[in-house]
Write a protein of this length. Structure first.
Length: 356
C-alpha cells in the first residue's frame, strides 16, 4: 500500500515537471527576424513557370508546289483535332475529313477545296462559325485586313515539307485551313507575312497603333543594375565573355540586353533584363543557340533598317491584355512565342502548323 502511494506521488511529480517544461519553452520569446539588408541589387519579381494563354493566333503560310504557283493560306490544323486513322484516306473520307481521291491526279490531290459536309466538319471541329471573320494584322505597318469566313475557301493542302515517297494521302499529310486572296494581301508590304498575325472569331482582338520596334542603343554595362546569373544561366554561359550591353526604354520600363560571345563562328547569347520604375526586374530571359535555332539579330539606333527587318517588338498587341514582347529567338522545331512582360500572365504560342 505504501509502495503504491510512493509510486503515485513520484508519477505526479514527473507529470508536473514535464508540464512546467513545456509551458516554459512555449513562453520563451522567439528571436526577432532581421530584415534583409537593403542593397542596390534589383529585386527579381518574375515567375519561373508560366501558363499558356488560350487565345489562338495563327500564321500566314506562303507555299509553292512549283515555280509560279504560290498560294497563301492560314492553317488551323493546330486546333482541328482530326478523327480516326490519320494514315487512311478511306477512313478520312468516311469521317468527312476530305472527299475521295479516287480517280484524282497527283496535282488534284495536292490542293483540295472542302465544300458541303467536309467544310462543315472542319468549321464545327474548330468551333468556327460562318459569320465569324478572319483578321490579318500587320503590326509593322499597322494594317488590318478583314475576311468574312463565309467568303473564304476551306482547303486541305498537302504538306510540302514532307517526303513525297512517304505520303499515304491520309489526313496527317495535309494542312487544313483557309485560302486567302492574293490580291487583297498585296496591301501587306512583307511578301512572306513575317510581321503578321491572324485571328479567327466574331470580333477583332488587335489594338492598332500600339506596337513598337525595339531599337537598341549602346550603353556601359555599369549602367545596368546588377542581377546575378541564375544557376542554369551560369552553366549555359560557361566560357562566354560579356562583350556588349544595349538599352531601350518603353514607357516606364528600362530594357537591357547583354551580349555574351564564346567563339566568333558561333551565335552570341543574349541576356534580356527589363526593369520597372522601382528598379525591380519584371522580365529575365536568356536566349542562346540550340540544336533547333538561335538568337535573332538586333537593330541599333545607328542602323537605318527597314521596319520589316526589325525583329524585336513590344506593345499591347491585343485588346484587354497586357504588354507583349517577342522577336528574340527563332526555333525551327516550334512556333514563335509571344511573352507577356508581366510573366505571371504567361505567353502566347503562335499556331503555325510547324511540321519540322
Amino acid at each position: 500500500m505504501n509502495l503504491r502511494i510512493k509510486l503515485n506521488s513520484y508519477t505526479l511529480l514527473v507529470v508536473i515537471y514535464l508540464l512546467a517544461l513545456v509551458l516554459f519553452n512555449s513562453c520563451k520569446q522567439k528571436p526577432k527576424q532581421e530584415s534583409p539588408p537593403k542593397s542596390s541589387v534589383a529585386t527579381q519579381q518574375f515567375k519561373t513557370t508560366a501558363q499558356e494563354d488560350s487565345i489562338n493566333l495563327f500564321a500566314i503560310i506562303k507555299d509553292a508546289i512549283k515555280e509560279g504557283d504560290t498560294i497563301a493560306f492560314v492553317s488551323i490544323s493546330d486546333i482541328d483535332k482530326l478523327p480516326g486513322n490519320l494514315n487512311s484516306p478511306i477512313d478520312s473520307v468516311n469521317r468527312l475529313v476530305f472527299p475521295s481521291f479516287e480517280g484524282k491526279t497527283v496535282e488534284e490531290k495536292q490542293r483540295v477545296t472542302l465544300t458541303g459536309q467536309f467544310r462543315k466538319r472542319l468549321l464545327n471541329n474548330a468551333k468556327i462559325l460562318e459569320n465569324d471573320s478572319l483578321y490579318v494584322y500587320d503590326y509593322a505597318d499597322d494594317k488590318l485586313l478583314t475576311f468574312p469566313i463565309s467568303s473564304l475557301d476551306a482547303v486541305a493542302y498537302l504538306n510540302t515539307n514532307g517526303d513525297d515517297s512517304e505520303y499515304t494521302h491520309g489526313a496527317s499529310d495535309y494542312q487544313f485551313g483557309f485560302k486567302l486572296n492574293h490580291i487583297v494581301l498585296k496591301k501587306i508590304n512583307d511578301d512572306y507575312y513575317n510581321k503578321t498575325y491572324v485571328y479567327i472569331g466574331a470580333r477583332n482582338p488587335f489594338t492598332k497603333g500600339q506596337m513598337h520596334a525595339v531599337i537598341w542603343q549602346t550603353t556601359n554595362n555599369k549602367n545596368m543594375p546588377f542581377v546575378a546569373l541564375k544557376k542554369e544561366e551560369t552553366k549555359i554561359l560557361k566560357g562566354h565573355k560579356l562583350t556588349a550591353t544595349y538599352t531601350f526604354k518603353f514607357e516606364d520600363l528600362n530594357f537591357f540586353l547583354q551580349v555574351y560571345e564564346l567563339k566568333k563562328e558561333q551565335e552570341p547569347a543574349h541576356r534580356l533584363l527589363i526593369f520597372n520604375s522601382k528598379n525591380e526586374v519584371v522580365y529575365n530571359a536568356l536566349y542562346n543557340e540550340t540544336e533547333y535555332g538561335g538568337v535573332l539579330p538586333i537593330s541599333l539606333v545607328d542602323n537605318k533598317n527597314y521596319k520589316n527587318y526589325y525583329e524585336q517588338w513590344v506593345g499591347r498587341l491585343l485588346k484587354d491584355r497586357p504588354t507583349l514582347i517577342f522577336g528574340f529567338e527563332n526555333n525551327d522545331a516550334d512556333c514563335d512565342l509571344l511573352s507577356y512582360i508581366d510573366s505571371s500572365k504567361g505567353y502566347i504560342r503562335l499556331k503555325c502548323d510547324n511540321r519540322f
